[in-house]
Design a protein around this ligand. Sequence first.
Ligand SMILES: NC(=O)c1ccc[n+]([C@@H]2O[C@H](COP(=O)([O-])OP(=O)(O)OC[C@H]3O[C@@H](n4cnc5c(N)ncnc54)[C@H](OP(=O)(O)O)[C@@H]3O)[C@@H](O)[C@H]2O)c1
Length: 295
Amino acid sequence: MFNKKKSTPQIDKEQLELLENAQKRIKQKKRLYAHFIIFLIGSVILIIANTVLGIGKEFTPFGKEWFLFAILIWFFILLYHTFNVFITNKFMGKEWEKKQLDKLMVLQQQRIKKMREDLRKEEIDIVKNKPTKQTITLIAATAENNAIGKDNKLIWHLSDDLKHFKNLTNGHHIIMGRKTFESFPKPLPNRTHIVITRQENYKVPDGVIVVNNLEDAIDAAKSDLQPYIIGGGEIYKQALDIADKIELTRVHDTFEADTFFPEIDPQIWKETSHRKFSKDEKNDHDYSFITYERK
Ligand SMILES: NC(=O)c1ccc[n+]([C@@H]2O[C@H](COP(=O)([O-])OP(=O)(O)OC[C@H]3O[C@@H](n4cnc5c(N)ncnc54)[C@H](OP(=O)(O)O)[C@@H]3O)[C@@H](O)[C@H]2O)c1
């Protein structure tokens, strides 16, 4: 939601065109006015040049002073210029300008209205979706017989489940038993690990938090509105009573195991989402992503 966004222009193509036309029109009128002033000054200079300074005094075509013809020609050029601005460009006259301006204003008003509505919707969404209380979620992958592991390892390979786990837990605190922690080759990136053990002086890499009971684990994650309890069997059993939510990947097969997920009591938990997927080249078994919420 807060990604860097590509900046979008504030006015669209049509509005830009209208604006450019309005500017062009103003420039045309300004130029005509300047031409008129130059014509007046120029005419006076031509008259002075001929009558006072005597320039071309003997040049009198059709018995008239030459400046009369010069001013007349210039006058026709000025007339042509005026014709161009007001007649040829009639479609850009006062009426047209007013229409364009009205159109522009309507467009701007529509745009402002839409921006206001979008902003209000966004505000409502933010207020609605802003979590205000911590949700403790158990996240697990279990077989049909609730098997979750054997010899401190996972039993199956489901690429999509690993991605699902990564997407949900990314950026959050993950709480786990010591054995589950030891089943990882190294801590998972971009997550705060909280390891529960009864051992004093249990050594862990920098950044990993060690606690001696589940209560302290929850306390260590209190800054996170969405901490995840990621297993294994012993921790799931103890945490089921305090969890608000379960994100369960149900693997539709039965496996031999030494660690199991506790029974999910339908009197306590209601299923709020269920998405089923078939096995493929990356996922060895059919599986479902199921969400349960405490009733
Ligand atoms: N399928 C899945 O979603 C999933 C997820 C996670 C794990 N797993 C599997 O589950 C298996 C591991 O589970 P697990 O049940 O054997 O072990 P675990 O729950 O990961 O860890 C058990 C250890 O946690 C510590 N512990 C437990 N309760 C405690 C308490 N109340 N206070 C202090 N420390 C406490 C103890 O550590 P100390 O002995 O050091 O005192 C205990 O030995 C593995 O096979 C793993 O692959 C599967």
